[in-house]
Ligand binder design. Sequence first.
Ligand code: SF4
Ligand code: SF4
Length: 499
Amino acid sequence: MNVRAQLAMVFHLDKCIGCHTCSVACKNIWTDRAGAEYMWWNNVETKPGTGYPSRWEDQLNFQGGWELTRNRELKLRSQGRIEALFKLFYNPRQPSLDDYYEPWTYEYSNLFDAPEGDDQPAVRAISQITGEPIDIKSGPNWDDDLSGSPIYAANDVNLDELTDGEREQLFEVERIAMMYLPRICNHCANPSCVAACPSGAIYKRGEDGIVLIDQNKCRGWRACVPACPYKKIYYNWQTGKSEKCILCFPRLETGQAPACFHSCVGRIRYLGVLLYDADRVPDALRVDDRMLIENHRNVLCDPFDETVIASAKENGISDEFLFAAQKSPVYDYVAKWKLALPLHAEYRTLPMLYYVPPLLPVMGKTDADSYQSTTSDLFSALDNARIPIKYLARLFGAGNVEPVEHALKKLLAVRYHQRQKQVGDVSELISRAMLKAAELTEREAEAIYRMTALPNFMERFVIPPLNREMSMEGTCSPEQCKGGCGFGPGQSLAGVNRD
Ligand code: SF4
Ligand code: SF4
């Protein structure tokens, strides 16, 4: 056993209202400067939709993440060792400006400086790259709230496996069914960006697992950009270096939540420590896609287990970190309740940001104006979901419907339980039957409800003291990581250092 600590995250999608406050908070602090105009370390996508950069999930094109070879070894999709050398100079898998957008601003000065006349002065869009007027053709969230429009939704990669009938069903109701997907760097436990970097500039901090780019070491080769399957690394065209979300580590080090978490209007975000067994990581990922979610959970360790605590202490994890792990809302959502799932686990980077899938739709009403609640058909609302579960399974189940269905059943059972208590239009018998079918106790249902609807700041963000002077950074130095992950001779796993 080789226990590591990771600051991990949960986003509860039923609570996201798509306001983009998170994106703006991040932009104002970190990327409001030359060369970073197009960077959205935090962005919010509308699904179904193409996302940002456009069709980032199309790994046949971008070749991000890891793939399983015939020998059940993990290999970077974007490059082998020899290939990596050639791709330093030309990489056809790099996303282009068209995949992002040409950043623009407006000629605001015209509002003040225009000569007096009969007409109101207007502002034109100006390219932030050339300074010339431009026709805006796309933007960071161009399909915002238009997920149903055939132009955008039909291009969503996750629709590929839907039958014609399912697609038809989706498009019939597109005007009323959509969900928001806020995204930041997942601070993966097996990050392909670290593995791909020829300069050893990207590293995973030993004490909290935050993935960072050393700006002094980055040589701007950009191998990380295609290698990250989530497209969460951006190239700064002014400095010639790559940049990414730093999980607001300067804020964390002073006990504050990251800006996007702190400002989140829907309070959808949770932050806490997860403990995982680095020794279990390689085998957990060398399996078929349908096993990935379960294996992902199996890598996580029970923070109350004595053996886990002993191994953690041996690895230098402090008592404060262990205490935080025991109080972590992320552990509850991911491991205890099995409600939160990783996004695209099939990329095999072991993302440390998990999502509670949205319970779409809200329960339909019957003609008699009461909620469906026949014992024989307790979860019919899921079967009639406006966004097919198969689609959600592409996002959150690595293609496997079962874990998504399991999570949605629990959410639905909690909702019925609360209706029975608060509104009284569901019988106690039905509510109990649903809890049982969803494998939930009444106590758990109460705890889930509390953590979803009523948590205060301290319950959502359980941040351990980050004592940098006592950091374990040396246990995952870039040089060591590079040798042991992807780019090096072993081409094995990143972020897992056994020294
Ligand atoms: S591979 Fe993971 S850790 Fe690296 S930039 Fe992408 S999301 Fe972040
Ligand atoms: S601030 Fe919160 S609620 Fe608003 S879009 Fe971002 S994640 Fe969603």
